[in-house]
Design a binder for this molecule. Structure first.
Ligand code: HEC
Ligand code: HEC
Length: 327
């Protein structure tokens, strides 16, 4: 009996010690600094370049869905121009994330950042101060030309003073960083200097993967590290928005049985996207995508229909929290 007790005490003691060591390790190592070269991007005031940047920011790249003040959300959805002042908070497992002020204010906005620093956020997920940024902005493979356009547009906005508090990580968030589960991102290979615009499979692939992030929501992934855990575009990613509802993305591959758009014509697809949000509260940036050029939507449709079909039945796309977790 005594020896058994000793063994238990030893095991319990070891667990306590290991836990303390682990917690200390996380607190002592999470504030790591990361490095990567600054992309060679130079913004311009050329009006055509700025216009392209605005189209990307409010359309396919949907920067405004995160980088606006909460009271501007309705204006954004109504298609009005909004200033990218930040102010929205995202309360999720790894912490409270605060998209920053992207207006060119010198103190509180991007006025103090160089083109290279802004481009490095987008290409490598490393902040100007060397912090790692969680994978909210999967623009690593965006072309140099489009990155130039976006940064040129950001610099063309009216500067607005709006101090944004830093992101606050929860223990989970710090742990993810300390354990090296988050790494600086990079483009796959050399990022393209420019991509030919047109209603082609190639351009659709670029938009769906490198600009509009269809792939990020419509694929199975780990919600802590962002890693893909199954075939891309096969859907099934569940998003608990903290609003009482859970949204699940449909399968966008052309599988005739389970693919949501497999039996849609190109025209029906364009019309559906232009119609905007039908499922209330859906996290998909419907308003932004509804302003996309027909040719860009055509390109995306053609690309999605060129994918290998994957069978993945997504029964429903919206559940109440109770329904979802009882399932
Ligand atoms: C899904 C939400 C989301 C979208 C979409 C998004 N961002 Fe962000 N962005 C964030 C968050 C969150 C942060 C702050 C991260 C942190 O500090 O940990 C951030 C930070 C930044 C920063 C760093 C600014 C600084 O002061 O360090 C830049 C630059 C930036 N975003 C540019 C963009 C651009 C350009 C777009 C569109 C092409 C975009 N973002 C789209 C969520 C988003
Ligand atoms: C932030 C996450 C997110 C992004 C980014 C996103 N989607 Fe979605 N999508 C969803 C969710 C959630 C649903 C299910 C709810 C709904 O229909 O709005 C959905 C539904 C759809 C549907 C089915 C609509 C219907 O009425 O049956 C299509 C088609 C679609 N998305 C295409 C796209 C395309 C194309 C892109 C990229 C241009 C994209 N999505 C980007 C989350 C996203």
């Amino acid at each position: 009996m005594k020896t058994l007790f000793k063994i238990f005490a030893w095991i319990a003691g070891s667990i306590v010690v290991l836990t303390v060591v682990f917690v200390l390790f996380v607190y002592m190592t999470w504030e790591k600094k990361f490095e990567a070269d600054y992309p060679n991007i130079k913004s311009t005031s050329d009006s055509a370049v700025v216009a392209r940047g605005k189209y990307l920011a409010f359309g396919p790249a949907h920067c405004n869905t995160c980088h606006i003040a909460p009271d501007q959300f309705e204006n954004m959805e109504a298609g009005m121009d909004v200033l990218l002042t930040g102010g929205t908070e995202m309360h999720i497992g790894p912490g409270i994330f605060r998209p920053r002020n992207l207006t060119p204010d010198m103190e509180t906005g991007i006025g103090k950042l160089t083109d290279g620093e802004i481009a490095r956020v987008m290409r490598h997920s490393i902040g100007a101060d060397g912090r790692i940024i969680f994978p909210f902005m999967p623009f690593q493979n965006m072309s140099d030309e489009d990155m130039t356009a976006l940064i040129s547009f950001l610099r063309s906005q009216k500067p607005v003073k709006n101090e944004i508090k830093s992101t606050e990580y929860s223990f989970l968030g710090k742990m993810v960083i300390a354990l090296g589960m988050l790494k600086p991102e990079s483009a796959t290979g050399t990022p393209p200097a420019r991509v030919e615009i047109g209603p082609t499979v190639e351009y659709g692939k670029y938009l769906a993967n490198s600009v509009a992030n269809c792939v990020g929501c419509h694929s199975p992934r780990s919600l802590t590290s962002g890693e893909f855990t199954g075939p891309k575009f096969s859907g099934g990613l569940a998003m608990d928005e903290g609003t009482g509802y859970v949204y699940v993305t449909p399968n966008l591959t052309p599988d005739p049985e389970t693919g949501r758009i497999a039996n849609w014509t190109e025209e029906a697809f364009i019309e559906r996207i232009k119609n905007g949000r039908l499922v209330e509260g859906s996290p998909m940036p419907w308003a932004n995508f509804s302003w996309m050029d027909d040719d860009d939507l055509r390109a995306i449709y053609r690309y999605l229909h060129s994918l290998d079909p994957v069978s993945n039945k997504v029964e429903k796309t919206v559940y109440t929290v109770e329904e979802y977790y009882e399932k």
